[in-house]
Design a protein around this ligand. Sequence first.
Ligand code: ZN
Ligand code: ZN
Length: 592
Amino acid sequence: MKYLAFLLVAAILFCCSCGNESTNQNVNQSADSNMDQSFDKYKEALIENFWLLYPGQASGLGYHKHDSVLVIPDEVFHKKEIDFANQNLDSLKKFDSVKLSSTNKTDFYIMENALISLLFNAKEFREYEWNPAAYNVGGTFAEILQSKHASNPDKLRSLYLRMANIPAYYAAAKKIIKNPTAEHTDLGIRQNRGGLDVFNVMLMDSLKKSGMGAHESQMIEARIHESAKAIEDYAFWLEKEVKPSLKPETARNFRIGKDLYEKKFRHDIVSRFTAEEIYNKALQRKDEIQADMLKITAEIFTKYFPGVRVAGGFTKEHTKILIDEISKKHVHRDSFQVAIEKQIPELTKFISDKNLLYMDPSKPLVVRKEPAYMAGVAGASISSPGPYDKEGNTYYNVGSLAGYTAEGAESYLREYNHYILQVLNIHEAIPGHYAQLVYSNQSPSPVKSIFGNGAMIEGWAVYTERMMLENGYGNNEPEMWLMYNKWHLRAVCNTIIDYSIQVLGMKKEEVIKFLEEDAFQQKQEAENKWRRAALTQVQLTSYFTGYTEIYELREELKSKKGDKFNLKEFHEKFLSYGSAPVQYIRELMLEE
Ligand code: ZN
Ligand code: ZN
């Protein structure tokens, strides 16, 4: 249906432009500014109502109007969700998407998809019945407490109100959970117990420092204890009643199977391909990369192991040995952050020298040591100001190695060795996530910042890794390409194992073996990946799916435009649509 509508637009525009050669604004010709104005109003109202339904998500994004509200996740609530989605799908029909500006057109499809997805989750996927870890109040309390939008006592006052519903929240959870998976039950126990610190430690500390009067203080403290008790009761119930009742023969399988997987893929990833098609593309890409790695191995192996004779040709084993050897080239643990800071201007200079992308010099990226509350996550990450904090800085958080043993630091530094560290900076910062963010902030769309497409965002970062090397970043050194391939294989294999586990029933031992042998991963990394793939579905495919669609779009436009194709223009145009699904951006770019 959607695709047909776009074909129609393309046909109409083609006719219009015949008689009007002087303008190339064809896309906007059919845009109707009245329609756009009323659509803008509608979007605003929809988001307001969305936050009434999901106040916790609003708080997490920095919108603090509903901080004091904790929604009770019972049947009445799920009925409300379904009504909300149906009503808004009806209202959306009043707008003719063809007549909207391109920003609103993509917003239209993103909202439509979000509503359909909401219906799918509430009616069909029903994770709230089988995932006990879906119930956990800790995270949002921590987020509100850490935000700087209000004074400590004011935040404590709204959290006091928010705590009132915690016992009812967990009572509703106990009522609605039916035949959960054993894996998600364990996760629910662990995460809820982990979240107890938010109450017993964080909230208590903050209360002690608040300087509030004795009476108010005591009321809040009593409620903190009540909340902690409700959480512990829930974890205890999961552990002592639910867990023992789950028998391997009858308990729900954590694997969601082909039908649900395809549907979830369609809603969460929004690709023009099916999950199965993407899985097959990933298998093919894996073979390509491995062949390339073998070629490089043959080329440089004796440079690292002079005099070694290889009988019977090179194999993946040799590639693995070579990777281990090259990984020894890395920065000193004390200069990890400095090395990253130094690279940012170099990357900026490279994309400018090579004419790859314009970067606004007035928006520098701030590199900082990872704040304590994030400690233990990835080596580096981008923190961007949310849609409600436009003036906030964008930070590049770099993990500190201070707490590592000598051995731990060495292993970490080999993982983020001289070559991989550069690919990481490309991915996270320039021209990856950070650059994409700067562009998407230029045409601010609350819809895209709230319902932004993860596959487009991750896909862009993965795409830029290859694009940079193709344009000569790293001087085409074989070591650089080898390490890039290893890094890229991770994204490719994320797709392969997610589909293999959730749809094809791949077992844990097979997954670990595959990641160690085919993706050159360390055992610990492979184990962590298994856990993530078993407990989540589809998200792991976002990196490779987005990458594939962007790369294919570029190649398609290249062959269409021939000599007129300009890489910098392509990148800037692509990013100008904001974090919309690549599928929609593609339709708009091909229209022109
Ligand atoms: Zn070392
Ligand atoms: Zn990323």
